[in-house]
Design a binder for this molecule. Sequence first.
Ligand SMILES: Cc1cc2nc3c(=O)[nH]c(=O)nc-3n(C[C@H](O)[C@H](O)[C@H](O)COP(=O)(O)OP(=O)(O)OC[C@H]3O[C@@H](n4cnc5c(N)ncnc54)[C@H](O)[C@@H]3O)c2cc1C
Length: 624
Amino acid sequence: MSSTQRHRIAIVGAGPRGTGVLERLLAHLGGREAADTVEIHVFDPFPAGAGRIWRGSQPPLLWMNSVAADVTMFTDDSTVVDGPVDPGPTLDEWVLGNIETLRLDPELTAELETFTSSSFASRTLQSRYLEWVFARTVTDAPIDVEVHRSAVVDIEDSQQGTQQQGTQQQGTQQLTLQDGSTLEVDVVLLAQGHPDALPSAAESYLHKFADSHELTYVGPGYTADLDPDVVPEAEPILVAGLGLAFVDWMVLLAESRGGVFSRNSDGDLTYTPSGREPLIYAGSRRGVPYHSKIGYDIAAARPPLPKYFTADAFPGDALLDFRRDIWPLAAKEVAGAHFHELFASHSDRTNGSWEDFDSRFAEVPWGSAASAALVEEFVPKDDDRIDLEQIDRPLAGEHYEGIDDATARIIGYIDADLARRADPRYSSDAAVFNALLSVYMTTGELLRRGRIPAESVATDIEGWLHSFFSFIASGPPPQRLEQLRALASCGIIRFLGPDTTFSADTTMGVFSAQSAAHEETVTARTLVDARLPVASIRASGDALLRSLHERGEIVEIRANERSAAKISVDGRSRILRSDGTSHDRRYAVGPWVAGHNWSSAFPRPRINAGFFRHNDALAIELLP
Ligand SMILES: Cc1cc2nc3c(=O)[nH]c(=O)nc-3n(C[C@H](O)[C@H](O)[C@H](O)COP(=O)(O)OP(=O)(O)OC[C@H]3O[C@@H](n4cnc5c(N)ncnc54)[C@H](O)[C@@H]3O)c2cc1C
């Protein structure tokens, strides 16, 4: 059969998502007789499977923030999809099954000495798994998959197709690659992952300020792309942000520079500096790092979910208001899960029966005076109740004498977090984690049903819910927080406090930082923005996205300058144009698509992960 008669599919981006959709496409084709009527092209300038974020060439001490047993790229018995389930190893199973061969790789030898299923794998190890997944997927494929090691710089509707089929139905798609060559396909999936942005006005100003005063400013970036050597040794620096990018910077500026962690006779982790570390002053809006990953089995604390916050709890098709309609039920789900676990596993800390509590809880709105009275009646200790606002802003309203005082407070906070997250007496935290996952799933379903307005997706879902979720459920491994504590205890890191603002001090010609919780200001010659880039589409670093946006063929939605831009798709993941119509040959998926954050992390095994269901649905869309 000639290639012009074939149905040609292009996947732009061969990171985990592009690879996942490819796997589903090939699984569907495996069951078809005339599979060779389909042709698949995959595009990425970085190695297929790992892609840009997970490519192997990055500093070795960086880890994933998921336990190896919780990471899979394969469907399993729990997966409910239309296509065939095609099981394969989880990350830990693959590593342990190939450990002798992997040990021969000098970059992995030391890590594999102590590797277990509950290890946090290095990103280097994960890159090997992802590249193997891609290779296995295409090796077993019923058709050849062509991998193009290039970026796609433009996609245009073919004139021919448009003339033949009118304006509503688009013709074939012409892809232009970096070298100017073109390729015609029938349908395109954009799985571009994490678009970066040309520097914002504020970042450009800081770059210029740094240049004119011989200072160093490092803007937001993906860790794999950063050069930590620009940060000077042995002098104060300011670091804005305490999320996961901060944890990467902590590794790059301390242990990677030769310092050594060890345990003292009391069992405490201590740090011996190499002398090459800077003195890090770190602050953020919350003022504290993300919560540690939970150290015990979270599956045991799995309340029946979803219970209150289900997509069917919102009959009709009217648009919903996040604060009025969605969050009250979502918060009730989270609180209800907390209490379910408290009654189930720690009934000695409750009064009365679960049945009584549960039936009355179902009747009252969460956050009302009636719910507060009910909780007081059944849960005697304040420590066993749940306050979502306090969880969101743990230092709100606190004041300190200065940076020493703030640092001592935040070290205490980290100690308490580490102890609590390792203590099954607080297994209600695990139930909260599971409930938040459920809230994400339902939110995704409401998005697919078109119930959440685009602006609210940007402000409330991407802008707030995602940050809240990440803070609680997507934090670093406990070992990293212990290292942070050790670095703070020996004075390499000092905490500025909550609501810290960072600015260019034009009078003194240096950068400065100030928390709202005390009067002390600190200045330095280096400022590191420890954040992932705030994605932009109109000012994306990616030529393809800029072109599509310029022509109105892709819509950027963002709440404000500080929130990540996303693109809009319809419920079938077809890209929306600026005139509100969807393009019937262009699809998009991944963390850069509004509403897709809920499924952007690696899928966990045996939970019927949304990643596979979404990929399978996309495969059906893309196939003829
Ligand atoms: C630093 C970092 C750490 C993370 N750690 C974890 C973790 O530990 N656990 C977890 O579960 N999740 C983690 N995540 C979440 C992350 O979203 C997913 O793990 C995953 O990378 C998303 O996969 P993706 O394929 O959608 O995007 P990406 O991994 O970003 O892949 C997209 C690919 O598209 C390619 N591309 C972009 N534009 C073009 C173009 N024009 N032409 C061709 N190719 C293009 C890029 O080169 C890239 O390879 C992390 C995210 C980041 C940024």
